[in-house]
Unconditional design. Structure first.
Length: 401
Protein backbone atom coordinates (compact mmCIF):
# COMPACT_ATOMS: atom_id res chain seq x y z
CA UNK A 1 0.00 0.00 0.00
CA UNK A 2 1.29 3.40 -0.99
CA UNK A 3 0.37 7.03 -0.42
CA UNK A 4 -0.34 8.61 -3.78
CA UNK A 5 -1.15 12.25 -4.62
CA UNK A 6 -3.06 12.66 -7.89
CA UNK A 7 -3.57 16.07 -9.48
CA UNK A 8 -6.10 16.78 -12.22
CA UNK A 9 -6.04 20.00 -14.24
CA UNK A 10 -8.99 22.09 -15.34
CA UNK A 11 -9.53 20.30 -18.65
CA UNK A 12 -9.64 16.92 -16.86
CA UNK A 13 -12.62 18.04 -14.73
CA UNK A 14 -14.29 20.31 -17.29
CA UNK A 15 -17.78 18.74 -17.16
CA UNK A 16 -19.84 15.88 -15.75
CA UNK A 17 -18.35 13.16 -17.98
CA UNK A 18 -14.80 14.31 -17.30
CA UNK A 19 -15.47 14.41 -13.56
CA UNK A 20 -16.71 10.82 -13.61
CA UNK A 21 -13.69 9.81 -15.67
CA UNK A 22 -11.44 11.31 -13.00
CA UNK A 23 -13.51 9.68 -10.24
CA UNK A 24 -12.94 6.28 -11.88
CA UNK A 25 -9.17 6.78 -12.01
CA UNK A 26 -9.15 7.80 -8.34
CA UNK A 27 -11.48 4.94 -7.36
CA UNK A 28 -9.24 2.40 -9.11
CA UNK A 29 -6.16 3.72 -7.29
CA UNK A 30 -8.01 3.63 -3.98
CA UNK A 31 -9.40 0.13 -4.54
CA UNK A 32 -5.89 -1.10 -5.29
CA UNK A 33 -5.30 -0.46 -1.59
CA UNK A 34 -3.58 2.93 -1.75
CA UNK A 35 -4.19 6.04 0.34
CA UNK A 36 -5.15 8.77 -2.11
CA UNK A 37 -5.09 12.55 -1.87
CA UNK A 38 -6.52 14.25 -4.96
CA UNK A 39 -5.79 17.86 -5.93
CA UNK A 40 -7.99 19.54 -8.53
CA UNK A 41 -8.02 22.79 -10.49
CA UNK A 42 -11.04 24.85 -11.42
CA UNK A 43 -13.19 23.37 -14.20
CA UNK A 44 -12.20 24.22 -17.79
CA UNK A 45 -11.90 27.98 -18.30
CA UNK A 46 -13.48 28.88 -14.96
CA UNK A 47 -10.50 30.89 -13.71
CA UNK A 48 -10.40 32.96 -16.92
CA UNK A 49 -14.17 33.48 -16.73
CA UNK A 50 -13.89 34.70 -13.14
CA UNK A 51 -11.19 37.16 -14.20
CA UNK A 52 -13.51 38.48 -16.88
CA UNK A 53 -16.27 38.93 -14.33
CA UNK A 54 -13.94 41.05 -12.21
CA UNK A 55 -12.98 43.09 -15.28
CA UNK A 56 -16.67 43.89 -15.81
CA UNK A 57 -16.64 45.59 -12.42
CA UNK A 58 -13.23 47.29 -12.28
CA UNK A 59 -9.96 47.59 -14.13
CA UNK A 60 -7.98 47.80 -10.91
CA UNK A 61 -9.35 45.13 -8.59
CA UNK A 62 -7.85 44.71 -5.16
CA UNK A 63 -5.58 41.67 -5.26
CA UNK A 64 -7.10 40.43 -2.02
CA UNK A 65 -10.57 40.40 -3.57
CA UNK A 66 -9.21 38.79 -6.76
CA UNK A 67 -7.85 35.91 -4.70
CA UNK A 68 -11.16 35.57 -2.87
CA UNK A 69 -12.88 35.38 -6.25
CA UNK A 70 -10.48 33.04 -8.05
CA UNK A 71 -10.29 30.59 -5.14
CA UNK A 72 -13.99 29.87 -5.61
CA UNK A 73 -13.32 28.00 -8.88
CA UNK A 74 -11.41 25.17 -7.23
CA UNK A 75 -14.09 24.80 -4.54
CA UNK A 76 -16.65 23.86 -7.17
CA UNK A 77 -14.37 21.11 -8.47
CA UNK A 78 -13.62 19.52 -5.08
CA UNK A 79 -17.28 19.31 -4.11
CA UNK A 80 -18.38 17.85 -7.45
CA UNK A 81 -15.54 15.31 -7.55
CA UNK A 82 -16.27 14.17 -3.99
CA UNK A 83 -19.93 13.69 -4.94
CA UNK A 84 -18.91 11.68 -8.02
CA UNK A 85 -16.66 9.45 -5.91
CA UNK A 86 -19.62 8.90 -3.58
CA UNK A 87 -21.71 7.82 -6.58
CA UNK A 88 -19.03 5.22 -7.38
CA UNK A 89 -19.22 3.93 -3.83
CA UNK A 90 -15.95 5.48 -2.65
CA UNK A 91 -15.99 7.52 0.57
CA UNK A 92 -14.48 10.94 -0.08
CA UNK A 93 -14.26 14.32 1.62
CA UNK A 94 -13.42 17.68 0.04
CA UNK A 95 -11.15 20.23 1.74
CA UNK A 96 -10.38 23.79 0.71
CA UNK A 97 -6.74 24.88 0.66
CA UNK A 98 -7.04 26.42 4.13
CA UNK A 99 -8.76 23.34 5.58
CA UNK A 100 -5.95 21.28 4.10
CA UNK A 101 -3.38 23.43 5.94
CA UNK A 102 -1.74 25.54 3.22
CA UNK A 103 -0.06 28.47 5.01
CA UNK A 104 1.29 31.04 2.57
CA UNK A 105 3.07 34.37 2.62
CA UNK A 106 1.06 37.57 2.16
CA UNK A 107 1.60 38.05 -1.56
CA UNK A 108 -1.89 38.01 -3.00
CA UNK A 109 -2.13 36.52 -6.51
CA UNK A 110 1.31 34.90 -6.36
CA UNK A 111 1.63 33.63 -2.82
CA UNK A 112 4.34 31.18 -1.86
CA UNK A 113 3.72 28.29 0.48
CA UNK A 114 5.41 28.88 3.84
CA UNK A 115 4.39 25.63 5.53
CA UNK A 116 1.82 22.85 5.47
CA UNK A 117 -0.16 21.81 8.51
CA UNK A 118 -1.24 18.32 7.51
CA UNK A 119 -3.14 17.15 10.61
CA UNK A 120 -6.54 17.51 8.97
CA UNK A 121 -5.58 15.65 5.79
CA UNK A 122 -3.96 12.90 7.85
CA UNK A 123 -6.96 12.49 10.13
CA UNK A 124 -9.32 12.28 7.15
CA UNK A 125 -7.06 9.73 5.43
CA UNK A 126 -7.05 7.70 8.64
CA UNK A 127 -10.83 7.33 8.22
CA UNK A 128 -10.05 5.33 5.12
CA UNK A 129 -11.41 7.82 2.65
CA UNK A 130 -10.17 9.74 -0.34
CA UNK A 131 -9.28 13.35 0.46
CA UNK A 132 -10.01 15.85 -2.33
CA UNK A 133 -8.13 19.14 -1.93
CA UNK A 134 -8.62 22.45 -3.76
CA UNK A 135 -5.45 23.39 -5.58
CA UNK A 136 -4.00 26.88 -6.09
CA UNK A 137 -5.12 28.33 -2.73
CA UNK A 138 -4.06 28.88 0.85
CA UNK A 139 -4.33 31.22 3.79
CA UNK A 140 -1.90 33.98 4.82
CA UNK A 141 -1.01 35.18 8.30
CA UNK A 142 -3.98 37.60 8.25
CA UNK A 143 -6.19 34.52 7.78
CA UNK A 144 -7.03 35.83 4.32
CA UNK A 145 -7.37 33.69 1.22
CA UNK A 146 -4.41 33.73 -1.16
CA UNK A 147 -3.75 32.06 -4.50
CA UNK A 148 -0.46 30.66 -5.74
CA UNK A 149 -0.42 32.19 -9.24
CA UNK A 150 -1.75 30.80 -12.52
CA UNK A 151 -1.17 27.09 -12.89
CA UNK A 152 -0.56 26.86 -9.13
CA UNK A 153 -2.42 23.58 -8.57
CA UNK A 154 0.63 21.58 -9.66
CA UNK A 155 2.54 23.25 -6.83
CA UNK A 156 -0.28 22.44 -4.39
CA UNK A 157 -0.10 18.77 -5.33
CA UNK A 158 3.68 18.54 -5.03
CA UNK A 159 3.58 20.44 -1.70
CA UNK A 160 1.14 17.89 -0.28
CA UNK A 161 3.31 15.05 -1.60
CA UNK A 162 6.34 16.61 0.14
CA UNK A 163 4.56 17.24 3.44
CA UNK A 164 3.04 13.74 3.59
CA UNK A 165 6.18 12.07 2.20
CA UNK A 166 4.03 10.50 -0.49
CA UNK A 167 5.39 7.61 -2.52
CA UNK A 168 4.30 9.15 -5.81
CA UNK A 169 2.82 12.38 -7.17
CA UNK A 170 0.91 11.96 -10.42
CA UNK A 171 0.05 15.02 -12.49
CA UNK A 172 -2.82 14.12 -14.83
CA UNK A 173 -3.35 16.36 -17.81
CA UNK A 174 -4.79 16.38 -21.33
CA UNK A 175 -1.56 15.29 -23.04
CA UNK A 176 0.21 11.96 -22.56
CA UNK A 177 3.31 13.37 -20.91
CA UNK A 178 6.27 15.60 -21.62
CA UNK A 179 7.15 15.88 -25.30
CA UNK A 180 10.36 16.70 -27.15
CA UNK A 181 8.52 19.76 -28.51
CA UNK A 182 4.99 21.15 -28.50
CA UNK A 183 3.07 18.57 -30.59
CA UNK A 184 0.88 21.37 -31.93
CA UNK A 185 3.96 22.92 -33.58
CA UNK A 186 6.08 19.85 -34.35
CA UNK A 187 4.18 16.90 -35.78
CA UNK A 188 7.02 14.45 -35.16
CA UNK A 189 7.37 15.40 -31.47
CA UNK A 190 7.87 12.33 -29.29
CA UNK A 191 6.76 11.59 -25.77
CA UNK A 192 9.68 11.18 -23.34
CA UNK A 193 9.60 8.19 -20.97
CA UNK A 194 11.78 10.00 -18.48
CA UNK A 195 13.31 13.43 -17.99
CA UNK A 196 15.46 14.90 -15.20
CA UNK A 197 14.24 17.63 -12.85
CA UNK A 198 16.78 20.08 -14.27
CA UNK A 199 15.74 19.45 -17.86
CA UNK A 200 12.07 19.67 -16.91
CA UNK A 201 12.71 22.95 -15.10
CA UNK A 202 14.27 24.43 -18.21
CA UNK A 203 11.44 23.22 -20.42
CA UNK A 204 8.81 24.46 -17.95
CA UNK A 205 10.40 27.91 -17.68
CA UNK A 206 10.78 28.07 -21.46
CA UNK A 207 7.08 27.81 -21.95
CA UNK A 208 6.40 24.06 -22.22
CA UNK A 209 2.98 24.29 -20.59
CA UNK A 210 2.78 20.81 -19.16
CA UNK A 211 4.10 21.43 -15.61
CA UNK A 212 4.31 24.60 -13.57
CA UNK A 213 7.99 25.32 -12.85
CA UNK A 214 7.54 26.03 -9.15
CA UNK A 215 6.15 22.51 -8.75
CA UNK A 216 9.23 21.05 -10.44
CA UNK A 217 11.55 23.08 -8.19
CA UNK A 218 9.72 21.79 -5.14
CA UNK A 219 9.75 18.17 -6.32
CA UNK A 220 13.48 18.40 -6.99
CA UNK A 221 14.19 19.91 -3.58
CA UNK A 222 12.32 17.14 -1.75
CA UNK A 223 13.11 14.29 -4.13
CA UNK A 224 9.47 13.56 -4.98
CA UNK A 225 8.69 10.90 -7.59
CA UNK A 226 6.75 12.79 -10.20
CA UNK A 227 4.81 11.39 -13.15
CA UNK A 228 3.01 13.36 -15.87
CA UNK A 229 0.27 11.39 -17.61
CA UNK A 230 -3.03 11.66 -19.46
CA UNK A 231 -6.40 11.48 -17.71
CA UNK A 232 -8.03 10.44 -20.99
CA UNK A 233 -5.66 7.79 -22.29
CA UNK A 234 -4.41 5.13 -19.86
CA UNK A 235 -0.86 4.77 -21.20
CA UNK A 236 2.40 5.29 -19.29
CA UNK A 237 3.35 8.96 -19.04
CA UNK A 238 6.68 10.69 -18.39
CA UNK A 239 8.63 10.15 -15.16
CA UNK A 240 10.46 13.21 -13.84
CA UNK A 241 13.36 12.32 -11.56
CA UNK A 242 16.78 13.40 -10.39
CA UNK A 243 19.16 11.58 -12.71
CA UNK A 244 18.40 10.20 -16.10
CA UNK A 245 20.42 7.57 -17.94
CA UNK A 246 23.10 9.50 -19.78
CA UNK A 247 23.30 6.89 -22.53
CA UNK A 248 19.89 7.97 -23.76
CA UNK A 249 18.99 10.75 -26.12
CA UNK A 250 21.16 13.76 -25.43
CA UNK A 251 18.70 16.46 -26.40
CA UNK A 252 15.47 16.20 -24.43
CA UNK A 253 13.47 18.94 -26.03
CA UNK A 254 13.10 22.10 -28.05
CA UNK A 255 11.05 24.89 -26.52
CA UNK A 256 9.82 28.25 -27.63
CA UNK A 257 9.01 31.24 -25.45
CA UNK A 258 7.21 34.16 -27.08
CA UNK A 259 6.72 36.03 -23.83
CA UNK A 260 9.92 38.02 -24.19
CA UNK A 261 10.79 41.65 -24.78
CA UNK A 262 14.23 42.82 -25.77
CA UNK A 263 15.67 46.17 -24.67
CA UNK A 264 18.65 48.03 -26.09
CA UNK A 265 20.28 50.85 -24.20
CA UNK A 266 22.10 52.86 -26.82
CA UNK A 267 25.26 54.83 -26.21
CA UNK A 268 25.94 54.15 -22.55
CA UNK A 269 29.37 55.31 -21.31
CA UNK A 270 32.13 52.71 -21.81
CA UNK A 271 33.27 52.73 -18.19
CA UNK A 272 33.06 50.56 -15.05
CA UNK A 273 29.77 50.38 -13.12
CA UNK A 274 27.32 50.92 -15.97
CA UNK A 275 25.97 47.34 -16.07
CA UNK A 276 25.75 47.36 -12.31
CA UNK A 277 23.60 50.50 -12.36
CA UNK A 278 21.28 49.23 -15.09
CA UNK A 279 20.68 45.77 -13.68
CA UNK A 280 20.35 46.87 -10.07
CA UNK A 281 17.64 49.31 -11.15
CA UNK A 282 15.77 46.44 -12.76
CA UNK A 283 16.30 44.02 -9.90
CA UNK A 284 14.98 46.59 -7.40
CA UNK A 285 11.72 46.37 -9.33
CA UNK A 286 11.92 42.55 -9.31
CA UNK A 287 12.40 42.40 -13.10
CA UNK A 288 14.28 39.28 -14.20
CA UNK A 289 16.85 39.79 -16.92
CA UNK A 290 17.78 36.86 -19.11
CA UNK A 291 20.05 37.06 -22.15
CA UNK A 292 22.54 39.95 -21.97
CA UNK A 293 24.71 41.23 -24.78
CA UNK A 294 27.16 44.09 -24.57
CA UNK A 295 28.66 45.60 -27.70
CA UNK A 296 32.32 46.45 -28.06
CA UNK A 297 33.00 50.01 -26.93
CA UNK A 298 33.46 52.63 -29.65
CA UNK A 299 34.08 56.38 -29.15
CA UNK A 300 33.77 55.83 -25.39
CA UNK A 301 30.25 54.45 -25.63
CA UNK A 302 28.71 51.01 -26.00
CA UNK A 303 25.24 49.42 -26.34
CA UNK A 304 23.66 47.09 -23.82
CA UNK A 305 20.98 44.67 -25.01
CA UNK A 306 19.00 42.27 -22.82
CA UNK A 307 15.72 40.40 -22.58
CA UNK A 308 13.03 40.56 -19.89
CA UNK A 309 9.71 38.70 -19.53
CA UNK A 310 7.01 40.30 -21.69
CA UNK A 311 4.87 40.84 -18.58
CA UNK A 312 7.53 43.25 -17.28
CA UNK A 313 7.95 45.19 -20.52
CA UNK A 314 5.95 48.28 -19.54
CA UNK A 315 7.54 48.55 -16.11
CA UNK A 316 11.06 48.01 -17.46
CA UNK A 317 10.46 50.61 -20.16
CA UNK A 318 9.41 53.29 -17.69
CA UNK A 319 12.22 52.47 -15.26
CA UNK A 320 14.83 52.72 -18.02
CA UNK A 321 13.38 55.85 -19.65
CA UNK A 322 13.37 57.64 -16.29
CA UNK A 323 16.95 56.57 -15.67
CA UNK A 324 18.38 57.55 -19.09
CA UNK A 325 19.99 60.82 -17.90
CA UNK A 326 21.44 59.19 -14.80
CA UNK A 327 22.85 56.30 -16.83
CA UNK A 328 24.25 58.74 -19.38
CA UNK A 329 22.61 56.71 -22.18
CA UNK A 330 21.40 58.23 -25.45
CA UNK A 331 18.27 56.16 -26.02
CA UNK A 332 16.36 53.02 -25.11
CA UNK A 333 14.70 50.80 -27.70
CA UNK A 334 12.32 47.92 -27.07
CA UNK A 335 10.94 45.14 -29.28
CA UNK A 336 8.49 42.38 -28.49
CA UNK A 337 8.20 40.75 -31.91
CA UNK A 338 10.84 38.23 -30.85
CA UNK A 339 10.92 34.67 -29.51
CA UNK A 340 13.42 32.64 -27.57
CA UNK A 341 13.97 29.14 -28.93
CA UNK A 342 16.04 26.70 -26.89
CA UNK A 343 17.40 23.16 -26.97
CA UNK A 344 17.54 21.44 -23.60
CA UNK A 345 19.53 18.40 -22.56
CA UNK A 346 21.61 17.56 -19.49
CA UNK A 347 25.28 16.95 -20.19
CA UNK A 348 25.38 18.88 -23.45
CA UNK A 349 28.45 20.79 -22.28
CA UNK A 350 30.50 17.62 -22.69
CA UNK A 351 29.29 16.97 -26.25
CA UNK A 352 30.86 19.14 -28.91
CA UNK A 353 28.74 20.24 -31.82
CA UNK A 354 25.38 20.89 -30.18
CA UNK A 355 25.60 24.63 -30.84
CA UNK A 356 26.85 24.22 -34.40
CA UNK A 357 24.08 21.71 -35.20
CA UNK A 358 21.50 24.16 -33.89
CA UNK A 359 22.96 27.14 -35.76
CA UNK A 360 23.27 25.11 -38.97
CA UNK A 361 19.58 24.19 -38.78
CA UNK A 362 18.72 27.88 -38.45
CA UNK A 363 21.10 28.90 -41.23
CA UNK A 364 19.65 26.31 -43.62
CA UNK A 365 16.25 27.86 -42.99
CA UNK A 366 17.57 31.37 -43.43
CA UNK A 367 16.67 32.35 -39.86
CA UNK A 368 18.69 35.19 -38.37
CA UNK A 369 19.91 34.98 -34.76
CA UNK A 370 19.84 38.20 -32.71
CA UNK A 371 21.23 36.89 -29.44
CA UNK A 372 22.63 33.65 -28.05
CA UNK A 373 22.97 32.35 -24.52
CA UNK A 374 24.23 29.03 -23.21
CA UNK A 375 24.25 27.11 -19.95
CA UNK A 376 25.27 23.58 -18.98
CA UNK A 377 21.97 22.19 -20.12
CA UNK A 378 20.56 24.56 -22.71
CA UNK A 379 21.32 26.80 -25.65
CA UNK A 380 18.88 29.62 -26.38
CA UNK A 381 18.66 31.91 -29.36
CA UNK A 382 16.60 35.04 -29.75
CA UNK A 383 15.02 35.31 -33.19
CA UNK A 384 12.09 37.06 -34.89
CA UNK A 385 8.77 35.79 -33.57
CA UNK A 386 7.59 35.16 -37.12
CA UNK A 387 10.37 32.57 -37.56
CA UNK A 388 9.79 30.79 -34.26
CA UNK A 389 7.69 27.78 -35.32
CA UNK A 390 9.91 27.14 -38.34
CA UNK A 391 12.94 27.32 -36.07
CA UNK A 392 11.48 24.85 -33.56
CA UNK A 393 10.76 22.37 -36.36
CA UNK A 394 14.17 22.76 -37.97
CA UNK A 395 16.03 22.31 -34.68
CA UNK A 396 13.82 19.38 -33.66
CA UNK A 397 14.52 17.68 -37.01
CA UNK A 398 18.23 18.22 -36.61
CA UNK A 399 18.46 16.66 -33.15
CA UNK A 400 15.58 14.32 -32.60
CA UNK A 401 14.66 12.76 -35.92
N1 LIG B 1 -7.23 27.36 -11.81
C1 LIG B 1 -5.95 27.99 -11.71
C2 LIG B 1 -5.51 28.49 -13.07
O1 LIG B 1 -6.22 28.30 -14.04
C3 LIG B 1 -4.91 27.09 -11.12
C4 LIG B 1 -4.54 25.90 -11.96
O2 LIG B 1 -5.20 25.58 -12.94
O3 LIG B 1 -3.56 25.25 -11.63
O4 LIG B 1 -4.48 29.08 -13.19
MG1 LIG C 1 -6.87 26.14 -14.60
Amino acid sequence: MALIVQKFGGSSVADRDHIFNVARIVADTYRDGNSVVVVVSAQGDTTDDLMEKAAEITHAPSLREMDMLLASGEQISIALLSMALGELGVKAISLTGWQAGFKTDRNYSKARIRRMETERIESELAKNQVVVVAGFQGLNSHEDVTTLGRGGSDTSAVAIACALKADLCQIYTDVEGVYTADPRIVRSAKKLDVISFDEMLELASLGAQVLNNRSVELAKKYGINLEVLSSLNPVPGTIVKEVVDMEGMLIKGVAKDVNVAVFSLIGVPDQPGVSFKVFSLLSQRKINVDIILQSVGRDNTKDLTFTVPLADKTLAESVLKDALPRLGAKDVKVRDDVAKVSVVGAGMQSYPGVASTMFEALYENNINIHMISTSEIKISVLIDKADADRAVNAIHDAFIN
